[in-house]
Design a protein around this ligand. Sequence first.
Ligand code: FAD
Length: 366
Amino acid sequence: MGYQLNEDQALIAEAARSFSDKQLKPNAARWEEEKSLDRSTLRQMAELGFAGLYVRDDVGGSALSRLDAALVFEQLARGCVSTAAFVSIHNMCAWMIDAFGADDLRKRFLPDVTRMQKIISYCLTEPNAGSDAAGLQTTAKMDGDSHYVLNGSKSFISGGGFSDLYLVMARTGGDGPKGVSAFVVENGAPGLSFGKNEKKMGWQAQPTAQVIMEDCRVPAANRIGPEGSGFKFAMMGLDGGRLNISACSLGAASEALERATLYSKDRKQFGKPIADFQATQFKLADMATDLEAGRALLYEAARRLDTKEPDATKFCAMAKRYVTDTGFRIANDALQIHGGYGYLADYEIERIVRDLRVHQILEGMN
Ligand SMILES: Cc1cc2nc3c(=O)[nH]c(=O)nc-3n(C[C@H](O)[C@H](O)[C@H](O)COP(=O)(O)OP(=O)(O)OC[C@H]3O[C@@H](n4cnc5c(N)ncnc54)[C@H](O)[C@@H]3O)c2cc1C
């Protein structure tokens, strides 16, 4: 194991960091208060190539590696976890269409998706199918030759009601994973509606809502790949999704650690900076050590996915479990080092803690 970023990767990370510092960090608190994503910021991210990071370039993608993508999300999340994580889901869906969709489907949707002219959400979870996603009950039945009719509801959908496209996993066959197919459903399709924006602990700058399909008509041409492959595609999408969500935890945790280190040098108690107490130094050293261990595992998992190694899926899951747990703990420790001030919104640590909590829950419960 070992990682050394090449010159291009250093430049990619630097571009993401600069954008994050200038465009995300100063606005993150306001977006949380307004409970909304900023479409123009998302489009600026697309101009930098961040809306189709590992999508092929004939449809506007950046054709980068999974490690490159992880570097980008790590930096974006330093500025705004909620926006970075949302863009990571958009990227996962874009890749699924690119990797598994027919050429006309790719060419119909991806040029808009990679420019963020169309934003896309991932719709797997249902009220009765969470961790057991293969138990999903939404149905898709052929009606004539040219359309499917979808019935069912998806819960907790990031971007529900906001996004222009919904990548929906629905049952075309029998029970279990092999009965599931994947579809692109356009906002405005007859029979598609949305629940209320859920009130939640973190990720408040992005909407989370139910996506409801009642006799929702979807062109057969919007099916991704053959019938019965949708669950496999959804899981393969999550390999990269798990890397990206881990990268968001890593970046936000390193931001929290930097802030805690600076704060500890500034804050005086008992006549000296709290950084001078060895207990604080031990704590900061442990946080830095855990962060680097997480980074090494994440980059290694990304490398394995890039080189299509047989154990890549396992490594993506291991990185997701380890880095999101560790990232949350580091952010929480950073809050503790800030004392009561860490609990105040002005110091922005509490938002990081709240935002990172959900990374331990979604894309595969830790
Ligand atoms: C803010 C937010 C955004 C989300 N965005 C999306 C999205 O965009 N698209 C999407 O499809 N989904 C999304 N989700 C849903 C998320 O993926 C699910 O919440 C997650 O998969 C867990 O499902 P569940 O909530 O039904 O929990 P459950 O599966 O009901 O789990 C409840 C508890 O039971 C435990 N448990 C479950 N099975 C077992 C088992 N076999 N053995 C032992 N323990 C078990 C779990 O670990 C957990 O502690 C989002 C969720 C949130 C909170």
